[in-house]
Design a protein around this ligand. Structure first.
Ligand SMILES: [Zn+2]
Length: 440
């Protein structure tokens, strides 16, 4: 149980360190109670502690860079905040949301080296990090698709996402599956060639050869969102299914595959990929009375059987009217979810009354995600139009005139310095070297 929490912050004025922040249980208890156990509570408190510890090593013009702080935020802070989000996400109160926003705001100020009064919308856009509500929803949905559950995100493609499968109870003798990766073509009584392709369509093809004659071909079309890797695994599965249906017509089969990654996945006893798990299971049953060997062959190396499988996957599979496999990989599902929540963030950002100056430089959050600049103390002032500009100082009567001392004699705002101040022309490229400048 938390009674009181104290954090030592940096020295305040001249003197020793002072104790500034006292977070008592009543203060944080409202949002802490949604976390399932006392351990989680401590994790959250640790998160607050990290936040204030960062003050010591990250100052406006020195200390940890944006990139490193963003890594700390994404990989240490967000996982702590979003832990067990599935349980408390829908129950969270307005006050709890505000608390989480406060934590995010503190980090964003360190990240962007901004002044404390900058609005949250602006900070999020400059830092390129989505609001905490969307981040929590994103993490919750990512965990949901990894477990084969439905998400709240309205994306048609997300209805079918591959669910990782864990295999249990396999005998150690059965867990080993040998794959030959020397690049030498495997020859047996029946030699099978597999290839997968992704152009406009995604397809898998197999060709079986016996005594230099093609005895069987088969193709499968996959959803356009699927990957070549999945197509290769589908191809291997088609081959194994076909061998199973042969009812021991031949005693040895050599399967030549063009993808090393697919074969390594099949060989891995810890794999959770549903296609690989299915293929492994069938192969282990099959090899009790039939010899099945896997070989990696280099693609497009002039091997006749491989070229034939490539043609089948690329051309013949594309004529199939329906797809026979349409589960997208989890990685693609995660990307789709991220895009979905960035769009929601974008709608909130563009409709917000705040951040009007920032919007002229970063019109949308979708645009922000394409930029790779690192915010720093100087750049953030320009992006917010809030800092050491005469127009700003003039409002508080710290300077006698708002006008710039350049020959243009315009009001010295961030926009003037960014676009047309001749005195600032030398420094301008150094400040905005990764940020596209707006037209004057
Ligand atoms: Zn000027």
């Amino acid at each position: 149980m938390i009674h009181e929490y104290q954090v030592v912050t940096r020295q305040n004025g001249v003197g020793d360190f002072v104790l500034e922040i006292n977070l008592c249980s009543s203060d944080v208890g409202k949002y802490v109670k949604y976390f399932n156990s006392a351990t989680d509570t401590w994790k959250l408190m640790r998160c607050v502690k990290w936040c204030y510890n960062l003050v010591r090593c990250s100052k406006a013009t020195s200390g940890i860079s944006y990139s490193n702080l963003a890594t700390v935020y994404k990989h240490s802070i967000l996982p702590v905040i979003t832990y067990t989000a599935e349980a408390w996400h829908s129950l969270i109160s307005k006050r709890a949301k505000n608390k989480l926003q406060q934590i995010q705001r503190s980090f964003l100020i360190f990240l962007t080296k901004a002044y404390r009064s900058v609005s949250l919308d602006t900070l999020q856009a400059i830092a390129g990090l989505m609001p905490i509500e969307q981040a929590v929803s994103l993490y919750k949905d990512i965990r949901a698709i990894s477990r084969g559950k439905q998400t709240n995100a309205v994306r048609a493609q997300l209805r079918k996402v591959e669910t990782p499968i864990k295999t249990k109870g396999t005998h150690p003798i059965d867990s080993y599956l040998h794959v030959e990766l020397t690049g030498v073509e495997g020859i047996a009584e029946v030699t099978v060639y597999i290839d997968g392709s992704k152009t406009e369509h995604v397809g898998a093809g197999m060709a079986a050869v016996k005594d230099s004659k093609e005895i069987h071909t088969e193709t499968q079309r996959l959803n356009n969102e699927c990957t070549v890797f999945q197509a290769e695994l589908c191809g291997i599965r088609i081959a194994i299914d076909w061998i199973q249906n042969q009812w021991k017509k031949a005693s040895t089969y050599a399967i030549n595959v063009g993808s090393k990654a697919a074969l390594l996945t099949i060989a891995n006893k810890h794999t959770t990929h549903p296609l690989a798990v299915d293929t492994r299971r069938k192969t282990i049953v099959l090899r009790k009375d039939t010899s099945v060997t896997f070989h990696w062959v280099k693609g497009h190396s002039g091997l006749k059987g491989n070229e034939r499988a490539d043609y089948l996957a690329k051309t013949v599979a594309s004529y199939k009217p329906a797809t026979s496999y349409d589960a997208i990989p989890v990685s693609r599902g995660k990307r789709l979810l991220e895009e979905y929540y960035i769009k929601i963030w974008n709608a909130a950002y563009t409709n917000s009354e705040k951040a009007s100056h920032t919007k002229s430089l970063i019109p949308s959050t979708l645009h922000r995600m394409t930029l790779t600049f690192w915010p720093n103390h100087i750049l953030t002032q320009f992006l917010k139009n809030y800092g050491c500009f005469r127009s700003y100082f003039y409002k508080s009567k710290k300077t006698p005139t708002p006008l710039c001392s350049c020959p243009e004699k315009a009001e010295q705002t961030a926009r003037h310095l960014i676009t047309d101040c001749s005195l600032f022309s030398k420094e301008r490229p150094a400040v905005f070297w990764k940020l596209p400048l707006p037209s004057p």
